[in-house]
Design a protein around this ligand. Structure first.
Ligand SMILES: NC(=O)c1ccc[n+]([C@@H]2O[C@H](COP(=O)([O-])OP(=O)(O)OC[C@H]3O[C@@H](n4cnc5c(N)ncnc54)[C@H](OP(=O)(O)O)[C@@H]3O)[C@@H](O)[C@H]2O)c1
Length: 270
């Protein structure tokens, strides 16, 4: 499948890296990118073609990935529209709703909205997908394979659920980094040096997550297994529970979801 990207920044580079690593020939990938230095990097790093404009570069594309900043989405889509031959159009622009993209493309319907996250950069992302009404099974499979090149994929029937996906996994890496920071700081306050503190914190997150994935058990069960009565873990968890940390965390994710809805509304008005 011939794939064109509009925007060749961080997320596009991550997906292109994943596609090439999984066997998509670089010659089947083209990128429209306004920044000349970014175009050179794309060609050098992945061997893909990079173009200054959509004109003359996108008419053979069977799938197009819109990977510009949300504020640039309307202009980038409308500028490319005259040069597209009704491809499968996948937008990864946060908050931008499919009915707007359809309008900017003059009524196109082969549309998918995707919400990846930054671990896609190391091929360990998770992407929420939503298909526009009536999308064919073949197009769904193609979108899934494309985003699947950089991690796990999950479909959501309601477009509004992508605001929750944004709040959970889109913003989620930041919450994990925040927790890693806290564990590292705690280690240092207990007298461990910075390097050791970081290694302990990072590998604790990697190891616990790997264990949860491989065992497939509820995190609450795994937590109970390491929490012996009267022990050290129990003492720490009592402090967290007394301070209501879990409820605060839930409130924080709810606030992110609300912000995602607000941004979606604002982008639709432009
Ligand atoms: N990072 C994340 O965690 C994450 C997660 C999910 C979704 N997303 C979404 O992914 C999208 C891309 O994010 P990113 O971090 O990859 O952004 P980025 O690094 O800024 O990449 C966008 C690139 O597109 C270029 N560009 C702008 N307008 C263009 C146009 N009309 N035609 C062609 N190229 C154009 C930009 O050039 P200039 O810099 O010169 O403008 C920039 O190089 C965003 O909409 C974001 O919401 C990101």
């Amino acid at each position: 499948m011939k794939i064109a990207f509009i925007g060749g920044g961080n997320m596009a580079r991550a997906i292109i890296g994943g596609l090439v690593a999984k066997g998509t020939p670089a010659m089947d990938i083209g990128v429209v990118e306004v920044d000349p230095a970014a175009r050179l990097r794309l060609m050098a790093d992945f061997g893909v073609s990079a173009f200054e404009s959509a004109k003359g570069s996108m008419q053979n594309a069977e799938a197009v990935v819109l990977a510009v900043k949300p504020q640039q989405a309307r202009e980038a889509t409308a500028t490319a529209a005259p040069f597209l031959d009704d491809p499968l159009f996948i937008s990864i622009a946060a908050g931008v709703r499919l009915q707007n993209i359809s309008r900017w493309l003059g009524g196109a319907r082969r549309l998918v909205r995707a919400m990846p996250n930054t671990p896609a950069l190391v091929h360990a992302g998770v992407t929420g997908l939503h298909a526009y009404e009536g999308l064919s099974l073949a197009d769904r499979k193609a979108a899934e394979a494309l985003l699947g090149a950089v991690g796990a994929t999950l479909w959501f029937e309601r477009e509004g659920d992508l605001d929750a996906v944004t709040a959970v996994s889109g913003s989620g890496p930041a919450y994990v980094f925040y927790a890693i920071e806290a564990l590292q700081t705690a280690a240092q306050r207990l007298g461990l040096d910075e390097g050791a503190s970081r290694t302990l914190a990072l590998w604790t997150f990697v190891g616990a997550t790997k264990l949860a994935i491989e065992r497939g058990e509820e995190p609450a069960v795994l937590r109970a297994q390491v929490t012996s009565r009267g022990g050290t873990t129990e003492r720490a968890l009592q402090v967290l529970e007394a301070a209501g940390v879990k409820e605060l965390f839930i409130d924080a994710v709810r606030a992110a979801c609300e912000r995602s809805r607000e941004l979606g509304e604002a982008l639709g008005k432009e």
